[in-house]
Design a protein around this ligand. Sequence first.
Ligand SMILES: Cc1cc2nc3c(=O)[nH]c(=O)nc-3n(C[C@H](O)[C@H](O)[C@H](O)COP(=O)(O)OP(=O)(O)OC[C@H]3O[C@@H](n4cnc5c(N)ncnc54)[C@H](O)[C@@H]3O)c2cc1C
Length: 411
Amino acid sequence: MGQDKATRDRVLIIGAGPVGSVLALALRRQGVPILLIDQLAAPERDCRAASCHPPTIAILEELGLLEAGLEQGLVSPVFHYLDRVTGERVGRFALPEMQQPPAHAYVLQWEQYKIADTVEAMLNADDGARIERSTKLLGIAQDEDGVAAIVERADGSTDRLDAAYLVGCDGGRSTVRKLSGIGFDGFTWPERFIKIDTRHDFTALGPKISNRNYFSDPEEWMNLFKARGEDGSGMWRAVSPTLPEQTDDALLSPAAIEARLQKFCPKPGSYEVVTVALYNVHQRIAETFNKGRVLLAGDAAHVNNPVGGMGMNGGIHDAMNLAAKLGDILLRGAEALPLLDRYTRQRRKGQVDGVQAQSIANKQTLGEKDPVVRAAKLAEIRRASETPDLHDAFIRRSCMIDSFAAANAIE
Ligand SMILES: Cc1cc2nc3c(=O)[nH]c(=O)nc-3n(C[C@H](O)[C@H](O)[C@H](O)COP(=O)(O)OP(=O)(O)OC[C@H]3O[C@@H](n4cnc5c(N)ncnc54)[C@H](O)[C@@H]3O)c2cc1C
């Protein structure tokens, strides 16, 4: 492809969301030069992901990000399951009380835009990293020697960027995946999810509320989480399902938002609502995460419903796994294809058996409509929370401890 050495050795990352940013940093920690591009002029403020599970916290520590995470985030050692119909707490799961707790026995509520911002500041101070914003990927060409991206800049001009490898971290609608003809099988749930960010402090509901709460309800389940928010003063995030026939206008009007919150937790006066968003929800996984010199990571490779907070975590696990393999190939002369095929095997396993299965089960448990099945599922959660071995196994599944280890063990 007629590249000079500097471009021949670098990795081009498309997408500066949390996964592309962490991949860039993990490659730089090994000394691999990177170019990170994003179509947006500035990082997105949308707070989708906020939960970082213990294996992800260990990665943040390894990359030198944990100090910032602890400063900007919220440590949540406990999570609760509740029955929204009776108002009763069904289960309490405490990471520090595990018989063999992980090194970091908590979930870190650190909003994804804060992770991306923190990494971007570190990359901006690094000569081996270049970030180009307002730069959109339009096309890809690859041969045995390298890969080239055709990009469009804000002024409408186009340019060609060469690299040794190109990684699509460009989200669920990934242009990289589509341009590479990689299938994305799975399904879309009929209902959309609505997310409401409010400053109202739900700890007023008493000790049954922790920073992370799952409310089961056959009519309208609810996930209620606390994060630190933009100014650090606290922001609660309430995620619940909508009905397929409900329109945007019917769901997003201030009166509808107020009614949804009042129905969940009646209180005098109105709620202070900061942001509201509607999401289509999918369970899909790319048929492969590697095609020649093109790779996929994060939502570009897999999407899942957000119950349990696993999407970004899985993407960060992809990023760490891939960075180590690209380092071996580019710096230590390892043969590329076996390692990149192994990347797909390992991370698809983490997705299929871990994230996809667990997030589907989480959603079904919360929204179960059959009264007999529902009672059995809640009884199972209660028993798990009261039985040490079951308690620990429940946390290991919910907090991605088992799926992370199982994926890494694949040859
Ligand atoms: C309500 C909700 C709550 C969630 N909560 C959690 C949680 O608690 N924990 C968790 O782990 N996950 C959670 N998730 C999932 C999480 O938000 C995603 O998994 C995560 O954003 C994926 O990160 P990413 O970097 O792969 O993609 P994205 O965050 O989508 O970033 C993709 C980037 O690529 C850029 N881009 C796209 N196309 C192009 C192009 N052609 N050229 C250049 N740039 C491009 C975009 O501008 C964007 O910056 C949640 C999701 C939702 C909807």
